[in-house]
Design a protein around this ligand. Structure first.
Ligand code: MG
Length: 226
């Protein structure tokens, strides 16, 4: 019998992929209006190269962008980029209505609810608080806090230990096969996949290893199972 449901956050509880690019475009627009010497498209292209080189958690994308385009860092341009980026992102940061419903449902049924997320501790917590869902979670585990990322079994074990549950009474819900589903597999937990499809290789892997993944069209589908 399932006692605990663990969720991934980004692209599981809310849609993040779409709004990062909108926020970046808005940031570049503001930077161009404040003296970045390029077109908005050129600026965006250059920013995406920098994000690719440095990773999305690097905190000086806009510094490098002004240096590459204008030949020097300009605090006014950088600050305009940062502020516009954050304002746009937070304006768009909204919970999927299904997420709220399912969290409410699970709590009403006395399931323990946990969050297991890869990312920086404060960045992930900030989203949880801004989304207004943090009171629903009995445990929140970020990879930065515990020093291991999904799909390492250890991060799942830490989350289960904190809730005093075991893998055979827990289930993981996430959007990434190689992170969420493989993590659940590694620790011997059932899992549900949302917002993504399996490749042929992934399907073959599951078949070869006799591991079944439940596909969800919506988080609401969890109500039919639990
Ligand atoms: Mg995710």
């Amino acid at each position: 019998m399932i006692q605990a449901v663990f969720f991934d956050m980004d692209d599981t509880l809310y849609d993040t992929s779409g709004f990062a690019s909108i926020a970046r475009r808005a940031a570049v627009k503001s930077m161009v209006h404040n003296g970045l010497k390029c077109s908005e498209d050129e600026g965006y292209e250059c920013l995406m190269e920098i994000v690719k080189e440095k990773g999305s958690n690097y905190d000086k994308h806009f510094n490098i962008l002004t240096e590459r385009i204008n030949g020097e860092e300009d605090p006014l341009i950088i600050v305009n980029g940062i502020i516009t980026y954050h304002n746009t992102k937070f304006a768009m940061l909204k919970l999927e209505p299904e997420s709220f419903s399912i969290l409410l449902y699970l709590k009403s049924k006395d399931y323990k609810v946990g969050l297991i997320t890869n990312g920086k501790k404060l960045k992930q917590w900030e989203k949880l608080v801004r989304l207004g869902v943090y009171p629903f979670f009995d445990v929140v585990v970020t990879s930065e806090e515990v020093g291991v990322d999904k799909p390492n079994a250890e991060i799942f074990q830490i989350a289960m230990d904190r809730l005093n549950v075991t893998a055979d009474t827990s289930i993981m819900v996430g959007n990434k096969f190689d992170v969420d589903i493989m993590g659940a597999y590694n620790v011997g937990m059932q899992s549900m996949l949302i917002n993504s499809d399996l490749t042929k290789d992934e399907e073959q892997f599951l078949k070869d290893n006799n591991y079944t993944v439940t596909h969800l069209n919506s988080l609401i589908d969890i109500m039919k199972i639990l």
